[in-house]
Design a protein around this ligand. Structure first.
Ligand SMILES: [Zn+2]
Length: 135
C-alpha cells in the first residue's frame, strides 16, 4: 500500500518536473490512437450531450468575461463576410487546399484595428498558426 502511494506521489512529482515530456507523450498517444479516441469521445458526447454543451458554454462565457476581444473580432469578420465586404477565399493561403472550410486567422491579434486583418487558412493550418502565435 505504502509503496503504491509513494509511487503515485513520485509520478505526480515527475510529471510536474517534466511538463514537456508529458506533453510529448500525450501527443504521441493522441496520434497513435486517433481513431479510438474519436470513437470514444463521440460516444461520450452522445451520452452526455447536455452536460458537454453546458460545460463548453460555461467555459466560453468565462473566457468571454476575461477577454471579449476575440469574440468581437470574430463577429466583426463574420459580419464583414456576410455583407460581402470581405471575400472568403476558396483555398488556404498556407497550403493551398480547398477541401476544407477556410477560416479567418487573426494573425495580428484581436485588437480593433486588426479585427478584419486575417489570413485565410484551412482548419489544420489555422491550428498550427494559433500555436505559433501562442508561443
Ligand atoms: Zn492549410
Amino acid at each position: 500500500m505504502g509503496r503504491r502511494v509513494n509511487y503515485a506521489k513520485y509520478l505526480k512529482e515527475w510529471k510536474r518536473r517534466n511538463p514537456e515530456k508529458v506533453k510529448a507523450y500525450g501527443k504521441t498517444y493522441a496520434r497513435k490512437h486517433a481513431a479510438k479516441i474519436r470513437v470514444r469521445s463521440k460516444k461520450h458526447y452522445e451520452k452526455n450531450k447536455a452536460k458537454v454543451i453546458a460545460r463548453s458554454t460555461a467555459r466560453n462565457r468565462q473566457a468571454y468575461k476575461l477577454d471579449s476581444r476575440p469574440y468581437i473580432a470574430r463577429a466583426a469578420l463574420y459580419v464583414a463576410v456576410k455583407l460581402g465586404k470581405i471575400k472568403r477565399p476558396k483555398a488556404c493561403e498556407r497550403c493551398g487546399t480547398s477541401k476544407h472550410r477556410i477560416e479567418g486567422h487573426h494573425h495580428k491579434g484581436y485588437s480593433k484595428e486588426f479585427e478584419l486583418d486575417v489570413q485565410w487558412l484551412c482548419p489544420s493550418c489555422h491550428r498550427y498558426a494559433d500555436q505559433l502565435l501562442e508561443h
